[in-house]
Write a protein that binds this ligand. Structure first.
Ligand code: BEZ
Length: 328
């Protein structure tokens, strides 16, 4: 047996008593929650998770900490979902792409022209229908803690766009998931799934003609330097969901589950408010940098939205309920 200086000083009998002391007498090591996501360190989503890490440490008096792994360090979203199902990853902050590929009803949030801005999107995500969708996450082995969002989606092109006809036959980068792919197929654009970190180079080397974007990507990744024509179509919202491994969640005491939910909800509210403030600012900055910005209404895409809904309405029954709530 190796004696520490303290136990050696106490003598052998006292040393044995000290070694036998119950573990509760020692401070409990914090439980570290690993959080994976695909966005880079400067992205609002990553900053929101860092905000959660700070908040949960404080709210739990140091019993919980969180380590954030951005930029797909733990793998792509599909891999992260598998890790959470296995219980080897605690949490993720993920687009709905992977979930809607597995369960089509999640596509409902991508119904074209469902909402007109991020504030309305934030309200819809917190509605009864949003809550119902969160509960559906458990079917996939994860627990939905809450929705956040990214910016509204627009079109960025290397060549001028005066009407939708200018887009036909072009290759556009999209986030690879079925509802978005179908939208672009209906427009007549060839959707090209390129991972986010490769987007700038793909525009620079002409691999693609344009991309489905939000203003945060255009500004922070400097995409306007390679594709100068921004058409603010505002055609879709882009939710993100905070999820926890079902296995990990089940192993936590009930008050801690509630604490984690509350703490995450506060960060998600801040994230939505942040986007509401930043969208206009990014647009001004992109304009100021010399990009050609064209604002268009929902008539820009003609009957594409109707055709999309004919296809997706039966597969995603939540669309009708979300439309009713969004209109109310
Ligand atoms: C995208 O694939 O376009 C995307 C992914 C995560 C955050 C924002 C955008």
């Amino acid at each position: 047996m190796t004696l520490t200086r303290r136990t050696a000083f106490l003598g052998f009998g006292a040393a044995a008593a000290a070694l036998a002391a119950p573990p509760l007498a020692r401070a409990q090591a914090p439980r570290e929650l690993k959080i994976g996501l695909i966005t880079g360190p400067q992205h609002f989503w990553t900053q929101a998770m860092q905000g959660f890490a700070t908040a949960i440490r404080t709210a739990s008096n140091g019993r919980y900490t969180a380590a954030v792994f951005p930029a797909g360090q733990l793998g792509n979203e599909s891999v992260m979902v598998q890790q959470m199902q296995a219980g080897s990853l605690d949490m993720g902050f993920l687009t709905l792409a992977e979930f809607s590929n597995r369960a089509p009803n999640f596509a409902a949030f991508f119904a074209p022209y469902l909402v007109r801005d991020v504030t309305a999107a934030g309200r819809l995500l917190k509605s009864t229908e949003g809550e119902a969708q969160l509960e559906q996450m458990t079917d996939q082995g994860v627990v939905g803690l809450g929705f956040g969002l990214g910016g509204m989606r627009h079109i960025l092109s290397r060549t001028p766009v005066s009407s939708v006809a200018d887009l036909r036959g072009k290759k556009f980068r999209i986030t690879p998931f079925a509802p978005l792919r179908d939208f672009y197929n209906i427009v007549g654009i060839a959707p090209t799934p390129i991972p986010l970190p490769g987007l700038f180079d793909a525009l620079a080397n002409g691999q693609i003609d344009g991309a489905d974007v939000d203003l945060e990507l255009v500004w922070t990744l400097r995409l306007f330097q390679q594709a100068q024509h921004l058409v603010t179509t505002t055609h879709m919202m882009f939710p993100v969901v905070s999820v926890m491994s079902g296995r990990v969640f089940a192993g936590l005491p009930q008050p801690d589950r509630a604490l984690i939910r509350r703490t995450m909800a506060a960060e998600l509210d801040k994230l939505v408010a942040r986007y509401a403030g930043a969208e206009g600012e990014w647009l001004n900055q992109i304009r100021g940098a010399g990009a050609n910005v064209r604002e268009v209404g929902r008539d820009f895409f003609g009957d594409v939205a109707t055709a999309w809904e004919r296809e997706w309405g039966p597969r995603a029954p939540s669309i009708a309920r979300l439309r009713a709530l969004a209109g109310a």
